[in-house]
Design a protein around this ligand. Sequence first.
Ligand SMILES: Cc1cc2nc3c(=O)[nH]c(=O)nc-3n(C[C@H](O)[C@H](O)[C@H](O)COP(=O)(O)OP(=O)(O)OC[C@H]3O[C@@H](n4cnc5c(N)ncnc54)[C@H](O)[C@@H]3O)c2cc1C
Length: 596
Amino acid sequence: MADYKAPLQEIRFVMNEVFDAPSLWASMPRLAERVDPDTADAIVEEAGKVTTNVIAPLNREGDEQGCQWNNGDVTTPDGYREAYQTIVEGGWNGLGGNPDFGGMGMPKTLVVQFEEMLQASNMALGLAPMLTAGACLALDAHGSEALKEKYLPNLYSGVWSGSMDLTEPHCGTDLGIMRSKAEPQDDGSYRISGTKIFITWGEHDMAENIIHFVLAKLPDAPKGPKGISLFLVPKFLVNDDGSLGERNEFSCGSLEKKMGIKGSATCVMNFDGAKGWLVGEENKGLAAMFTMMNYERLGVGIQGLAAAEASLQSARDYAFERIQSRAPSGARNPDKAADPLVVHPDVRRMLLTMKGYVEGGRAFSTYVGQWLDVAKFSDNDEDRKRAEGLVALLTPVAKAFLTDRGFDMCVVGQQVFGGHGYIREWGQEQLVRDARITQIYEGANGIQALDLMARKVVGSQGKLYELFAEDMASFIEKEQANPALEPFLSPLAAALERLSDVTEHVLEQAKDDPNAPGAASADYTNLFGMTALAFMWAKIVVAAAPRTEGDSSGFYTGKLKTARFYFQRMLPQTVSLAESIRSGSGSMMEHADNEF
Ligand SMILES: Cc1cc2nc3c(=O)[nH]c(=O)nc-3n(C[C@H](O)[C@H](O)[C@H](O)COP(=O)(O)OP(=O)(O)OC[C@H]3O[C@@H](n4cnc5c(N)ncnc54)[C@H](O)[C@@H]3O)c2cc1C
């Protein structure tokens, strides 16, 4: 089985050369005092070591063993506890966390690189730090000072882990119909009752305490999503001196048996009057939870990208090692029985398609990270507001597009292996199984697409879309005279025009067809993602072109050639997507029930 190796050169290239993140950090005083290029580089280097040497080797065995449930306790696969401890000792849980409570306060442009390495090395284990970091974000943004002081330091350190408890047997997407209840108590706490299902890392043996962020309804709550509140519910109650007290009134009823991420515990959690504390305001829990969910959504997008990177690494190695048939243009290895797979045009198509999505996707996740940094750290109100708008627009694209393509690319990687991709030995079938969930949880991709199309684009009357279109247009304008971009600028401008035109079209359709946004949404998300990746590839060309002379490693020349492949063989899909969207909702909505 090919082992994952953190792609440090790729990561440094995107962070430092494509996005010049160090200049961005230096331009914002609150970041400039925290991070410099050397610190960032040392973090990337160390993340590479931990994920490659400690976490990745557990991935296969964790999948084989899975977690074990025994009378409410959950035992993790061999090595997980120790690996989690390494994550704790390195402070990785709190990499982007608030320094006032023990976080490291690092910028998202750096944190996304760690997240990619972590998820590519072992998605099942990687979910634990990811959920904890998301929980910290919600608590930091909405919790009272007392709750923050009591819980954040141990969550940032990872001595305690976090989980999010939204889903119930009868409600996943539509949380407004949830049944879990919260009864106010005289001491200011609440008693939480109800059953939550599918709760990732809801119970395990890696951390000393598990802090659940639970959505529930107060007795007099309004109906629907406006009647949901968020509660912090610890597994062990925490005494005033910070020591752990008695066990809270809830337990893990069972573990789900599932298709992938088998090394992670997916728990049924039964709350039987558990003691909890309100986070944020009563009935405004969904908004508070969204702080966590938005963070997780980019994180899940990165999981899709990460799985595809892991798949690409082993597919590329395999394509050079496995010999099968002769090259159409004449033998490459006349002294051997056959040529390596990589000589065949169709195998090259598969590898380059993977490179196109993975390397473009890495740039896209860093691009979103860049706007998250501006939104959080800029002192300029206007810049911050613009960045917030871009983050709102791009988050569903990052979640849905990167995971849809991430899964597809794992299937393509599996295809490179032929039959050997279908059996366990090479790890490709695990990647396919693991990546599949990324399209479903954290809001299924259909819901992400609807969020992009209906809430963000139509809901803002195109204003949020304009922010992205302006950024792309100003890049095209600025690079007009760049000779390296000569073959790319005109198809890039055409792709932007196509996306803008389709956006206008759906805005018009939506005026008198309530089904128009939903009908357009999945194709639109695809179209948006493909166009955004073309933008990313053009940025990659700008950074790589000056470095190609004497590039004997092929790193930079390879970037220009992959960009050409992306523009010639992948971007044209946007033409058919646009055509499909323009056809409107008619062909979807005209079926009567008995015609399905
Ligand atoms: C392994 C795993 C781990 C998970 N971890 C967690 C966790 O840690 N915490 C947690 O709270 N939950 C977790 N979940 C739950 C997960 O987030 C939900 O399964 C997901 O949100 C979808 O909800 P659902 O399964 O009820 O599907 P449904 O809501 O029933 O949706 C079914 C399908 O219908 C579509 N659909 C629904 N409504 C609409 C609409 N209005 N418009 C268009 N399409 C629609 C959806 O896109 C989806 O394709 C996990 C699930 C799994 C399998």
